[in-house]
Design a protein around this ligand. Structure first.
Ligand code: ZN
Length: 194
């Protein structure tokens, strides 16, 4: 077995290169003109932090908020944008990612509320681990709904028209209904009314 300092150094090196690539990649993308299969924007959020959103291909999004790179697989966008024309898929994904960035202060507020509920209802007992996991899931569900709400706010009727043209409203309904239900059930569970 390899010794611990070696493993630590190897892992720190890969973490470092991951971070460098994450920071560099969107910047490089912004310098050259956008090819047709890419949407890249450098902007300032309403609360004053600079941000970048790069949507390229279906399986990875490059997002940066302030100095913090947040590259991630676009799970919700993959599910919701199936079967859409590439240009519309990218446009909707871009507004969704921007929606996450613009609602970061509300996400923090929501996290504080959930933590408050966990603390307030600590005396009801039950596993803090399960209730903490429910809080994480509920928080993620509400943040996803908020980000997608931001898309609708910016695209208006066009949002529904794009989905009507695709002829599949089921995944859209599954997203809105499923995540709303998840948010209600997890919150209910945390507060201990169930
Ligand atoms: Zn999302």
């Amino acid at each position: 077995m390899k010794n611990l300092p070696f493993l630590l150094r190897e892992n720190l090196c890969s973490l470092w290169s991951f971070l460098v690539v994450s920071i560099q990649r969107p910047r490089q993308g912004l310098r050259k003109p956008n090819p047709p299969d890419r949407t890249a924007q450098h902007l300032r959020t309403w609360y004053g932090l600079s941000a970048e959103v790069v949507i390229e291909g279906d399986y990875w999004h490059w997002v940066r908020l302030g100095f913090l790179p947040i590259p991630h697989p676009p799970l919700i966008n993959l599910f919701l944008r199936r079967g859409l024309p590439p240009a519309e898929k990218r446009k909707l994904s871009y507004w969704h990612e921007l929606g996450h960035l613009q609602t970061v202060p509300w996400a923090f507020l929501l996290a504080a509320i959930y933590l408050g509920m966990l603390w307030w209802r600590a005396e009801i007992g039950g596993s803090l681990l399960w209730r903490g996991m429910a809080a994480l899931i509920g928080h993620e569900a509400i943040w996803e709904l908020g980000a997608e709400g931001y898309v609708i706010r910016h695209m208006g009727r066009q949002y529904w028209q794009i989905y009507e043209q695709r002829g599949d409203m089921i995944s859209l309904a599954a997203f809105w209904f499923g995540l709303s239900l998840l948010a209600i059930i997890t919150t209910w569970y945390i507060v201990g009314w169930g």
